[in-house]
Structures are given as C-alpha cells and as structure tokens.
Design a protein around this ligand. Structure first.
Ligand SMILES: Nc1ncnc2c1ncn2[C@@H]1O[C@H](COP(=O)(O)OP(=O)(O)O)[C@@H](O)[C@H]1O
Ligand SMILES: [Mg+2]
Length: 242
C-alpha cells in the first residue's frame, strides 16, 4: 500500500532522515519507534506532504505522492494526527471534525451529513458527547487528541498516521486507546503509528520499524525487535525495560 523509497531529509544541513526505505502492506499496524530526535515525526510529515524530502519517493497505492500538496495527499486517502495537537481553537468540537468530513477523501457531502458524520466519529473515538458544542480552546489535551483522531477518521483514510496519540494518557486511557486502534484497523484502515510506550507498541503492532539518528536500524516483528542487539543498545537499553 505504501512504499517509502530512499527518503532523506535535511534541515539546515543537518540530516533528520537518512536514506530510509520500508513498505507497509494493506491491513497492517506498523509501529515506528526510536529515541527523541530520531526523525519519526519528520518521516510522518514527509509522508503526509507537510515536508518535501530532499531525496527519495513515496508511492501510495501505486501513485507517486512525493511532491503532492498535503490536501491532495489527504484526498488520496492518507490522514494524520499531530504530536502537538493542531486544531481550530475558536470552533466547537464538532466543527473541528466537520472540517475533516468536508475536505477529506469521501464523496462531496452537505453540511448536515458532515455534522452527522462528525458526531458519529466523535462518539466512536470515545469523546464525551455532552461536549460536542464546546469551543476546543476550553478542552483538555485528551479531549483534543480525540477530536484530532475523529477529524482524521472523518476524511475516510485508507492509511492513518498517528504521532504519539497515547502521550499524556493514564494507563486506563492508554488501554482504551489500544482497543480503539485495533477497532480502527478491523474497520479496514491501515495504520502507521509513532509511539514511545513500548508496552503499547509491542502489544498492538504487527511490525516495528526502528529509527536511530534518522537511519532505519531494524524492521521486524515485535518478538524479533525485542531481541535485536542494535535496537537494545541504541533504544531499548536494558533488557529488563521490556
Ligand atoms: N522543522 C524543522 N526545522 C529544523 N529541524 C527540525 C525540524 N523538524 C525536525 N527537526 C529536527 O530533525 C530531527 C528529528 O526530529 P523529529 O522528527 O521531531 O524526531 P522524533 O519525532 O523522532 O522525536 C531533530 O534533530 C529535530 O530537531
Ligand atoms: Mg516526534
């Protein structure tokens, strides 16, 4: 479904991504991990068109999307949530999600239908439905993350890119997030997720790609990743951390 081919990205001469290649098959949940500054968010931003890579290409469903604008990539069927939540602060919760419903991949729909779709997706991600008309500037980070996810889902993606959706959640909320991610995959959506809680990534991923200083150092099943000496020394640290 997605093929990342020899992608590199420099910021002011500093390499954030170095010649990274990997593939994602339809229906997979792929985890993307690595230490802070490894290039995980940069790679998601390249896939979704927010950054242009310096070299390499991104092929999605047979289409070269490397140089497409973010909104065109979204209409091809790739949606993303941001590590630092992005929203329209003066708009209500439901209006923030309506934006996704109106501008995404789906057929052109009217406002009434978009609102219904937005409400359905807010409910689906576990957003408190008594707060759909609250301005989002008054909401907490957990609620904002749910809105962001509902907005992404409302664009009808085939591939969903998640950047640290569980950061800031307590253990019970994290477990709910795991169930939700599985449910999203069962609905037919392929997932590439950045996550730093190893318990979650080991639990939910079919495959894990490890970045270190912008390089891919491993790409394997959770079981093999947990045994990989290079991953242990550069990222996982002591074995007991597992
Ligand atoms: N917009 C930017 N401008 C300059 N440097 C950036 C920018 N975005 C990321 N970087 C740098 O690229 C590297 C990788 O960052 P990032 O992708 O955010 O890592 P991660 O998400 O794995 O923590 C870091 O050194 C970071 O400072
Ligand atoms: Mg990041």
């Amino acid at each position: 479904m997605l093929s990342i081919r020899n992608v590199s990205k420099q910021f002011d001469g500093i390499s954030a991504i170095k010649n990274v290649s990997f593939k994602i098959d339809k229906g997979e949940i792929v985890g993307l991990v690595g230490p802070n500054g490894a290039g995980k968010s940069t790679l998601l931003n390249i896939i979704s068109g927010i950054y242009l890579p310096n070299t390499g290409s991104i092929i999605f469903d047979g289409v070269d999307i490397t140089n497409l604008q973010p909104e065109k990539i979204c209409r091809q069927g790739i949606a993303k949530t941001f590590q630092l939540v992005q929203s329209f602060p003066e708009l209500s919760a439901v209006q923030n999600v309506v934006v996704g419903a109106l501008f995404g991949k789906s057929e052109k729909i009217g406002m009434k239908e978009a609102i219904a779709k937005a409400e359905k997706n807010l409910d689906y991600v576990g957003y408190p439905m008594n707060k759909t008309d609250y301005p989002v500037k008054n909401l907490n980070v957990v609620e904002l993350k749910k809105i962001q996810l509902a907005r992404a889902l409302s664009t009808c993606p085939k591939l969903l890119l998640l950047d640290e959706v569980t950061t800031g959640l307590n253990p019970r909320e994290s477990n709910d997030a795991i169930s939700l991610i599985r449910k999203i995959r069962e609905s037919g959506i392929t997932i590439l997720m950045v996550e730093h809680v190893m318990r979650i990534i080991m639990n939910v991923s079919d495959r894990i790609v490890v970045l270190h200083h912008g390089e891919k150092i491993a790409d394997d099943t959770p079981l093999e990743i947990a045994k990989d000496e290079r991953v242990i020394s550069s990222y996982l640290g002591e074995r007991t951390y597992m």
